[in-house]
Design a protein around this ligand. Structure first.
Ligand code: ATP
Ligand code: MG
Length: 266
């Protein structure tokens, strides 16, 4: 096992009851996940099962009710700069150019202007945005904005990247192009990442392992290792492998997607 970058140890999250007579909501129950250096782990599960809650505990935005989260062995007790987030919504600052957005995290950390300009520019080029540095977010397409968000996320050189459905708002083709960009960039930068997605094929084409969560209270019900699927840095190629369909069928089974009369009739 390589060095552990992020660990969730027996983590439970209960939200307090809302209103008289209401019960607390147990969003995540006794979840343990360890992600080693350079690994990409995908997390799938039904809507409302606690995936985003788990991710938010990884970032320190929420603290666990029980258990603990560690990044590089250090206990997470609040938001910390070792973790970077990428969400469905790009969260770019509308009044800053793409270049200024990509530099933002470095600026906050006090990196000298020339150094941060060069780093941000190089990452924007890697994310295929060379020539658009001086555009504002509203002047870009949804896919380009998500690439800019990726460049900004990588600019701060986080220990762990946490991604919550980063491509779910994009059309199918743009999504495939971005998956390719993401996979290449994560491989080149040797990044560790936890990716939430509802897209089963996306989980199989991008990850080393897929974790499946149950209905709320969310627990991990299965871990599927994708060791026999090469080309993690090239999802276009990986996607065409027959094994992908076998894994997708297994995930559908685990998520009970087959449990309808229509599916059984096929
Ligand atoms: N800040 C909060 N306060 C109270 N309850 C919350 C809070 N955040 C999440 N929850 C509850 O925790 C449960 C899990 O929510 P969560 O957003 O983690 O689900 P999810 O798996 O990410 O769902 P989706 O796939 O729809 O994004 C839900 O019942 C939700 O109402
Ligand atoms: Mg969610």
């Amino acid at each position: 096992m390589p060095d552990l970058r992020i660990e969730f140890r027996n983590v439970t999250k209960r939200f307090p009851p809302r209103g008289a007579g209401a019960q607390p909501v147990v969003a995540v129950q006794n979840v343990s996940v360890s992600i080693g250096d350079g690994e990409i782990v995908a997390l799938i599960g039904p809507s409302g099962c606690g995936k985003s809650t788990l991710l938010n505990m990884g970032s320190g935005l929420y603290l666990p009710s029980d258990g603990e989260v560690r990044i590089d062995g250090q206990l997470v007790s609040g938001p910390n700069p070792q973790v970077a987030f990428m969400l469905q919504k790009d969260l770019l600052l509308p009044w800053r150019t793409i270049q200024q957005n990509a530099e933002f995290g470095l600026e906050v950390r006090g990196m000298p202007a020339r150094e941060r300009r060069e780093r941000a520019k190089a990452l924007l080029a890697k994310c295929h945005l060379a020539g658009f540095e001086n555009h504002y977010p509203h002047q870009l397409s949804g896919g380009m904005r998500q690439r800019a968000a990726l460049a900004r996320t990588l600019a701060v050189d986080p220990v762990v990247l946490l991604m919550d459905e980063p491509f779910s708002a994009l059309d199918a083709q743009t999504k495939m192009v971005l998956q390719q960009d993401l996979a290449r960039t994560l491989a080149a930068e040797k990044k560790t990442a936890l990716l939430i997605t509802h897209d089963l094929v996306e989980s199989i084409t991008l990850a080393d392992r897929v974790l499946v969560m149950s209905q709320r209270p969310g627990t991990i019900i299965e871990e599927i290792r994708l060791d026999d699927l090469p080309d993690r840095d090239n999802p276009m190629v990986r996607r065409s492998r027959p094994r992908v369909h076998e894994y997708a069928a297994r995930l559908m089974e685990l998520l009970h997607i087959y449990d309808t009369a229509d599916a059984r009739a096929v």
